[in-house]
Design a protein around this ligand. Structure first.
Ligand SMILES: *[C@@H]1O[C@H](CO)[C@@H](O)[C@H](O)[C@H]1NC(C)=O
Ligand SMILES: *[C@@H]1O[C@H](CO)[C@@H](O)[C@H](O)[C@H]1NC(C)=O
Ligand SMILES: *[C@@H]1O[C@H](CO)[C@@H](O)[C@H](O)[C@H]1NC(C)=O
Ligand SMILES: *[C@@H]1O[C@H](CO)[C@@H](O)[C@H](O)[C@H]1NC(C)=O
Ligand SMILES: *[C@@H]1O[C@H](CO)[C@@H](O)[C@H](O)[C@H]1NC(C)=O
Length: 470
């Protein structure tokens, strides 16, 4: 037996004899928790989907402790955020498999969705005087797509309705069998590429939009990424991508990946399935869906929710059948909220660096963001035989012992403990870690496979349509 496993075993025996009837619980950031994490987890897989908020995708999950529309709602938005007289619309069960009208998810779009204005008062936000109302989602969807021939009810439902347990059977099974984070936010109230940069490097380096620096002819991000960190410490990684012909791997955002000649570590998704089956996964697997439209599986509008569920099921089933399942941790998360409604205001967070980003709002005003607060809540689950069944994790703690919401940077905070590296930025230093959620005993009741999703209707109106929705 390896000495560290022996220590882990002795610690476990000691704890078990002290508290015979309780599962041992760890404290985040503590050395015993970190040692337990190192003993149990050798492979980390991150599956990062696209553009869905917590209330939208997990809004119909009835598990106790989840804060969502079915448990705590309904939540309502005015049709017009500057004119309450135009009536309100409230969250209802059932959303469409494919959302045809992609909601606004720019920085200023998030502003109006959260604060009711494209240009909120930054000083009032950072001093705590101004909290988001989360009332502008419907109004912004109508501003984007309103016209004489549109169905305003349908537009509103697209952003404020939520999926039922029956509509998302794969997620429902995962929620019931593993850990769901109730307060996990994207790191930036803005779009995909900068949020993906946060997940991988703890900052977007001042980027607030999907600009040219993220493109394949630029590789314009020069900050340290998880990929560079792992390579330089002799750990292995692969960035598996669903659609290599259409899409550049996120690892190639980073200049380092390109100049160190590591492009080959961006591998097609079928390699993930064979690597899982043979037990030869790299230490770190970063799995990307195809993005973002008809026939893609990221859950991004207009791709089908049910196609996204198919990808999640396939990734889970492959890991569950893998010879290294007993040493694997899967984090299922989303890059950002995509402009879908969520009722929880995003909290303040440490600035990762001294950079700012300025964009012109749709009303012509200029808005400068200093990266001092998080984006909306995104669905995030922790999946492993070493985590609790059907658990809801509330807020976490940072290394100063303060209670804080989780964010995308919680991943790098925790991986730093697992693989011995320091936080890349103050945002990561200040993030809650989740090492303590790894238990000391392995579960034997994890589902061998997940249910198969099926496509459901895109119109929610008539009785006959509703019956098709299972
Ligand atoms: C996982 O299983 C393998 C093979 O049975 C074993 O060698 C290894 O110690 C196990 N790992 C953990 C963390 O239990
Ligand atoms: C909201 O109402 C104001 C004032 O009546 C109007 O100028 C604006 O266009 C409306 N916005 C939407 C999204 O309907
Ligand atoms: C990584 O491996 C190389 C070659 O074996 C070795 O020279 C180097 O010291 C190792 N680096 C670390 C951080 O372990
Ligand atoms: C930001 O600027 C301040 C003041 O110039 C400096 O003290 C601090 O170290 C900088 N922070 C980062 C993360 O660069
Ligand atoms: C508008 O959409 C709602 C909900 O999707 C539906 O019930 C209604 O029949 C639609 N109205 C028209 C005129 O199509």
């Amino acid at each position: 037996m390896h000495p560290t496993s022996l220590l882990g075993l002795l610690a476990f025996v000691a704890a078990a004899s002290a508290m015979p009837t309780h599962k041992r619980s760890h404290t985040a950031h503590s050395s015993s928790s970190i040692q337990n994490l190192k003993n149990k987890i050798k492979y980390v897989v991150v599956l990062e989907m696209e553009n869905r908020s917590f209330d939208n995708l997990l809004g119909g999950q009835t598990l106790k402790g989840l804060e969502n529309p079915i448990n705590n709602g309904p939540f309502c938005n005015p049709y017009n955020v500057t004119d309450d007289g135009q009536g309100i619309v409230c969250s209802q069960a059932k959303d469409m498999d494919s959302i045809l009208d992609d909601p606004d998810h720019t920085v200023t779009g998030n502003n109006i969705e959260f604060y009711g204005t494209f240009t909120p008062d930054n000083d009032a936000i950072s001093s705590g005087e101004l909290t988001a109302s989360q009332k502008g989602f419907v109004s912004e969807q109508l501003r984007m797509y309103d016209g004489t021939d549109v169905n305003r009810t349908k537009l509103a439902q697209e952003v404020i309705n939520y999926y039922t347990e029956d509509q998302v059977p794969v997620l429902t099974s995962l929620v019931q069998n593993y850990i769901t984070f109730n307060h996990w936010h994207s790191d930036l109230p803005g779009p995909t590429a900068p949020n993906r940069a946060y997940v991988l490097s703890g900052t977007s380096a001042g980027h607030g939009t999907n600009d040219d620096d993220f493109n394949s002819d630029k590789h314009g991000l020069t900050q340290r990424s998880i990929f560079q960190q792992l390579s330089e410490t002799n750990r292995t990684w692969k960035n598996y991508i669903t659609d290599p012909a259409e899409q550049m791997a996120d690892a190639l955002f980073f200049d380092w990946t390109y100049t160190s000649d590591n492009q080959g570590l961006a591998a097609p998704l079928p390699d993930f399935y064979t690597d899982a089956a043979s037990g030869h996964l790299p230490d770190f697997s970063f799995v990307e869906p195809s993005c973002c439209g008809v026939g893609t599986n990221s859950m991004h509008p207009t791709g089908l929710i049910s196609d996204g569920e198919g990808l999640i099921r396939d990734v889970y089933n492959a890991l569950r059948a893998s010879p290294v399942w007993n040493e694997t941790l899967l984090l299922l998360t989303f890059d950002e909220t995509g402009g879908f409604h969520d009722h929880v205001p995003p909290p303040l967070a440490p600035r990762p660096d001294n950079l700012t980003y300025t964009e012109k709002a749709p009303n012509g005003e200029s808005y400068t963001f200093s990266f001092d607060r998080l984006g909306g809540r995104v669905p995030t689950l922790l999946i492993s035989p070493w985590v609790g069944k059907g658990m809801v994790e509330q807020k976490g703690t940072n290394s100063d012992g303060e209670t804080v919401s989780y964010s995308a940077s919680s991943l790098l905070r925790t991986l730093g403990y697992l693989w011995d590296f320091d936080p890349f930025t103050p945002r990561v230093s200040g993030a809650a870690s989740f090492d303590h959620l790894i238990q000391s005993t392995k579960r034997t009741d994890t589902p061998v496979s997940l249910p198969s999703p099926s496509p459901f209707s895109d119109s929610l109106g008539s009785e006959s349509t509703q019956q098709q929705i299972r």
